[in-house]
Every structure is written in structure tokens, then in C-alpha cells.
Design a protein around this ligand. Structure first.
Ligand code: CDM
Ligand code: ATP
Length: 284
């Protein structure tokens, strides 16, 4: 038997860090939403008790370091599943980009294996399993748009932002999420973006207010480490995006664009700076 799952990328419309916790994680407040750029997973049942990962992408681990492998092992162990699975990952989300590609693959694996092995695990429990794999995984289990608190695993679903185009550009640099959080000084943040204001803008369907409310306190850290991310932001703004922000810990920069007529100009302009550029729709 085979199952198919789509694993969409996420962007953070706002991300605030409140304080560092005793367990080393940071207490955050984020509003996250999915975009129409997705990996595709094919999950095939194996009679023998093993987990095999394959992918057309040559640059991701295919062993137990892969988050989809970890998700399969977790669900197998926890529910005493004897059969195995072959997971083929058709990677389309850029890797180590701040778009939760690996987390979304893990979440899609949890959803897909729940169906493949007919385990009947409720969504809430799948999210709890996801939290064992990473802070972004619980959100990716259910997707949509949500306010995320705690270390990112406590979720309140909210309305979808107004439909728009999302132009994504990933510069060719590597950013470590742990390093970026490690450099945040939570009591020294000049301007905290407001989750409440963003939520109100979304609920009012006010695109201009959504753009005005974009904010990510991790930008300060990543932009200092990698000035090219700042240059990319400036280029996207000059090219006419309505709102521009770095996603997660970066380095991907996204621009929200309401008019389709502007998208080609922004996309083509950015291709001069950056090889990895995508123009996709927001997901409602
Ligand atoms: C930057 C975001 O992607 C925004 O959505 C997330 O906050 C990070 O999510 P993630 O990549 O799933 O993060 P995890 O794999 O759980 O953690 C990676 C590392 O980031 C740091 N980390 C992560 C989340 C958090 N709330 N506080 C942290 O300090 C920790 O050092 C941790 O060891
Ligand atoms: N299924 C996977 N897809 C992509 N990368 C994976 C996967 N499993 C493990 N990895 C590893 O995880 C690292 C981070 O990749 P990923 O694409 O998940 O980052 P990200 O988009 O920055 O995630 P986040 O936004 O959750 O911090 C990569 O260095 C990669 O080697």
C-alpha cells in the first residue's frame, strides 16, 4: 500500500522572543502560515521491519539524521508497529532556509503513517509527538495559520491572512538556528513586533496592516552575521514588494505582494542577486 502527503513550507509573519528558559529554549510568540511551496512524500509499506529514506535531492541526510526517518521511528516505537516503510522525499523546499522543510517532512510522515498503518492517532496527539522532533513540527502537523507560543509548540489556530503572492529568495549561505537563538539578547530587544496587532490585521482581512505588522527579532542577529540578507531585503523592497521580512532564523527573505502584475518584475529582479527565487501563493 502507498500513501502520498504534501509537506508545505511555512513563513513567520511575526516572531518575538520573550525570554530564555531554564531548558535552554526561548519562549517565543509567532504567527506562522503555510505557503504553496511543498515537498512531496510517497510512503510505501514494507513487510520487513525497516525505515528507508530516498530522495532526488543529493544534499540531505538519508539516515537517522533525516527528520522524516526520526518521525517514522518515533511512531513505530510508540505504537509498536512491526512493518516498515520506504519514504521517498521529492524535495522542493530549499534546505536550511528558515522555511521548516525538514519539520514539514516530519509532520507529513506522522500524518501519512497514521493513515498507512491505520493508527487513528488524533491530531492533538500527533502534534505532541511532533514536539519531540522539533519546535516547528507541531505547527506543520496541522498547518493553516496559527499563533504559536511556548517554544513554538503551543498553537492557537487563527484566520488565514488575505490571499496574496509570496516571493521567496534564499541566498546561498548557511544559518544555524541554534546559533541565531544563542546570540539573541532577549532583554535587549529594541522593538518587539506585536502578535495581537498581526492577529487583528489578519482577522480584519487588512493586507496593508499585515504588511505593516511584519516583524522578526531574529533578523537583528542574522542580518549582522550576514549583511547580504539585508541587501536582499532592500532589493525586494525597491522592486516593489508590499511587505518584506526574513523567515524564521533565515536566511530566506519573503515579500508579500498583492498585485499579480508586480510579481514577475520582483521575481526577475531578484534572480539577478540570487539563484533560488520562488513566486508562490499564500495558502488559505
Ligand atoms: C526559528 C523557527 O524556525 C521559527 O519558526 C523556530 O523557532 C525553530 O524551530 P526548529 O528549527 O524546529 O527548532 P528546534 O529544532 O526545536 O531547535 C533548534 C535549536 O534552536 C534553539 N531554539 C529553538 C526554538 C526555540 N523556541 N528556542 C530556541 O532556543 C535551540 O537552541 C535549539 O537547540
Ligand atoms: N527531510 C529533511 N529535509 C531537509 N533537511 C533535513 C531533513 N531532515 C534533516 N535535515 C537536515 O536539517 C537541516 C535543516 O534543514 P531544514 O530545511 O529543515 O531547515 P530550516 O528550513 O531552516 O528549518 P526551520 O525553519 O524549522 O529551522 C539541514 O541541514 C538538513 O541536513
Amino acid at each position: 500500500m502507498k500513501m502520498y502527503e504534501k509537506a508545505p513550507a511555512k513563513i513567520n509573519l511575526m516572531l518575538d522572543v520573550l525570554h530564555k528558559r531554564a531548558d535552554g529554549f526561548h519562549e517565543v510568540e509567532m504567527i506562522m502560515t503555510m505557503v504553496d511551496l511543498a515537498d512531496r512524500l510517497e510512503l510505501s509499506e514494507l513487510k520487513r521491519d525497516s525505515i528507508i529514506i530516498s530522495s532526488q535531492a543529493g544534499y540531505i541526510p538519508l539516515d537517522e539524521k533525516n527528520l522524516a526517518f526520526q518521525a517514522a521511528r518515533l511512531i513505530k516505537d510508540r505504537y509498536n508497529v512491526r512493518s516498515g516503510v520506504h519514504i521517498h522525499l521529492d524535495k522542493r523546499i530549499p534546505v536550511a532556509a528558515g522555511l521548516a522543510g525538514g519539520s514539514s517532512d516530519a509532520a507529513a510522515t506522522l500524518r501519512g503513517l497514521n493513515r498507512l498503518w491505520r493508527l487513528g492517532i488524533p491530531a492533538q496527539e500527533l502534534q505532541e509527538l511532533g514536539a519531540e522532533l522539533g519546535s516547528d513540527v507541531p505547527f506543520c502537523v496541522t498547518g493553516g495559520t496559527a499563533l504559536a507560543t511556548g517554544r513554538g509548540e503551543r498553537l492557537t489556530p487563527i484566520a488565514s491572512p488575505p490571499q496574496c503572492w509570496v516571493v521567496l529568495a534564499k541566498p546561498p549561505i548557511n544559518v544555524s538556528t541554534a546559533e541565531v537563538y544563542g546570540r539573541v539578547r532577549a532583554n535587549n530587544i529594541a522593538v518587539h513586533p506585536s502578535a495581537l496587532r498581526m492577529q487583528q490585521a489578519i482577522e480584519a482581512g487588512d493586507f496593508a496592516a499585515v504588511c505593516a505588522g511584519l516583524g522578526n527579532v531574529l533578523e537583528d542577529v542574522t542580518l549582522k552575521l550576514h549583511p547580504e540578507v539585508q541587501q536582499l531585503k532592500e532589493a525586494m523592497m525597491k522592486l516593489g514588494a508590499d511587505g518584506v521580512l526574513m523567515s524564521g532564523s533565515g536566511p530566506t527573505v519573503f515579500g508579500l505582494v498583492s498585485k499579480q502584475s508586480k510579481v514577475a518584475r520582483i521575481y526577475n529582479g531578484l534572480r539577478g542577486f540570487c539563484k533560488e527565487v520562488y513566486a508562490v501563493r499564500s495558502l488559505s
